[in-house]
Design a protein around this ligand. Structure first.
Ligand code: ADP
Length: 491
């Protein structure tokens, strides 16, 4: 008789998770991947900071699971660690409570405070697993905020129950690394001097880098698309860690993100004017477009093409290209809708374009989850011209909602959007390679030409995109296989 495998136990540790707290794609992944792993038969706990800004309706559902004092810093100062827990759809969420660190409102408040905050968080996550006597085989850490965990695991918790776990560190965006003075990190992390050397935490003569150290100690490194896994090993994309990543490349791989197809489901999305499926998308998109135009004060006309943009307004997202071509985007038949916040330079540029093109352009400078859903449903095309894009979720959501992505061929955009080249049987969107405003304009003009002169083929792309598998299922299986490589099954 063969022994029955136990459920794989996985801990997820990261700084944000929808629906509690989300500022970008990391929040979506921290929500969706654990659920997909539960569907594959894993037991998953997600460990998060208990930020003051988490909506009250969730805080009210939390149950107190215990508390203890934990030492941190070079001096061994002790800090309170509270554990508040809730379950949602088969996933357990453990929130780390500490008012000194997490009562500041927004999750990220500036690196000077964020470094101590996430040193505390990474260490507390391990201490919590021991306290709850819940020892996972895999601890899956996300981005720089959780990057010290693999180091604490090997250098502070190695002789405790959780010490037998293996660690995976996922790079969602290498641009943010948690870099500060060596002194600051040494003090707060309480980690020994020998770790502050070039192969591990040292970034330059004066500075230390949390991500760099975590990448050295993690048992596996993943990033969120195959192309980005290659790109970050080059100076152009490596953010000064390309050499470090080339050295660690035997343990590095790319696994593309999916989206939660229940969270993003046009057939059941209550935020839409009209829900729809691939059968009736062509009619219902018109109804959603009209509702969007009315809501945003645009001329109500379902025959106009709407170009959408939903994004953090930062240089990463290729907005200087959009800025440069904006005057050429709006014509009598095209409208533009921008939803985003970020760099004032872009916020003001988009506000200006709105004021110059009343009725044809809307710049909604804010973070608004409901409006994002309505734009995915009501727009015809979505612009994602990123300078670099580890994976990108907006193009996946757009495809799920029958909206055609116009993307630059980089990172996950390259891996998920097959260019339409006139062959009616394949292609998901319009793409360009060289980072230039003219190439972006060419791609947009190609899209407009198909939309206005070859609608039958456009509609084919819309329907093909809605049928494309953008779910987590295939990627969750790849993560499972990766976990199997490093953690033995215990029967
Ligand atoms: P990143 O993580 O780099 O910001 P992604 O494409 O991976 O970019 O994920 C962006 C996520 O954030 C998507 O779910 C997108 O819909 C959402 N989003 C971005 N900006 C806004 C906004 N202003 N309002 C609502 N949702 C937004």
């Amino acid at each position: 008789m063969t022994a029955k495998k136990q459920k794989r136990r996985i801990a997820f540790v990261g700084s944000e998770c929808y629906p509690f707290i989300k500022t970008g794609g990391l929040g979506d992944v921290m929500y969706a991947l654990p659920r997909a792993l539960v569907s594959e038969g894993c037991e998953v706990r997600v460990i998060l900071p208990l930020y003051a800004c988490i909506p009250r309706k969730y805080k009210e559902q939390l149950k107190y699971k215990g508390s203890f004092m934990m030492d941190l810093t070079m001096e061994g100062r002790t800090f309170f660690v509270g554990i508040m827990e809730m379950s949602l759809d088969g996933v357990t969420y453990d929130f780390v409570e500490n008012r000194e660190f997490f009562d500041w409102g927004n999750p990220y408040t500036g690196l000077w405070e964020d470094i101590p905050k996430y040193c505390f968080f990474s260490k507390a996550a391990l201490a919590i697993m021991n306290y709850l006597e819940w020892v996972p085989e895999i601890i899956h850490c996300h981005d720089w905020q959780a990057a010290l965990l693999p180091i604490y695991l090997r250098r502070k918790f190695q002789n405790t129950p959780v010490g037998k776990a293996r660690s995976v560190l996922t790079i969602h965006n290498l641009r943010f690394q948690g870099i500060c003075s060596i002194q600051h990190l040494k003090y707060w992390s309480g980690l020994p001097d020998d770790l502050f050397d070039y192969p591990i935490l040292k970034y330059n003569e004066d500075e230390a880098d949390m991500f760099k150290g975590g990448l050295a100690f993690a048992d596996k490194i993943t990033t969120v698309s195959e192309t980005y896994a290659e790109e970050i090993q080059t100076p152009a994309f490596g953010e000064n860690l390309d050499g470090h990543l080339r050295y660690h490349c035997p343990k590095l791989c790319g696994i593309v993100n999916g989206i939660d197809v229940e969270q993003w489901n046009p057939a059941a999305d209550q935020l839409l004017a009209e829900t729809y499926t691939v059968e009736d998308v062509l009619d219902k998109k018109k109804a959603n477009k009209l509702a969007l135009q009315e809501k945003l004060g645009l001329d109500p006309d379902p025959d106009k093409m709407i170009l959408g943009l939903i994004s953090r307004l930062t240089d990463q997202k290729g907005l200087d290209l959009v800025d440069a071509v904006f005057p050429q985007l709006v014509d009598g038949n095209t409208q533009v809708v921008v939803l985003g916040t970020g760099d004032p330079r872009y916020e003001n540029a988009f506000r200006y374009f709105e004021s110059e093109n009343k009725g044809s352009v809307c710049a909604y400078i804010s973070y608004n989850e409901a409006l994002a859903h309505q734009i995915y449903a009501g727009a015809d095309a979505l612009l994602v011209p990123s300078l670099f894009e580890p994976c990108g979720l907006t193009q996946l959501i757009a495809m799920r909602y029958g909206t055609v992505p116009i993307v630059r061929e980089t990172g996950g955009l390259k891996d998920t959007v097959l260019p339409y080249q006139g062959d009616w049987t394949e292609g998901n969107g319009f793409t360009f390679e060289q980072y230039s405003a003219n190439r972006l304009l060419d791609a947009i003009n190609n899209a407009k030409t198909v939309y206005f002169t070859d609608r039958w083929h456009w509609d084919e792309i819309v329907q093909r995109n809605m049928q494309k598998d953008v779910s987590w299922e295939a990627s969750a299986k790849k993560y499972m296989a990766l976990y199997d490589e490093i953690a033995a099954w215990e029967n």
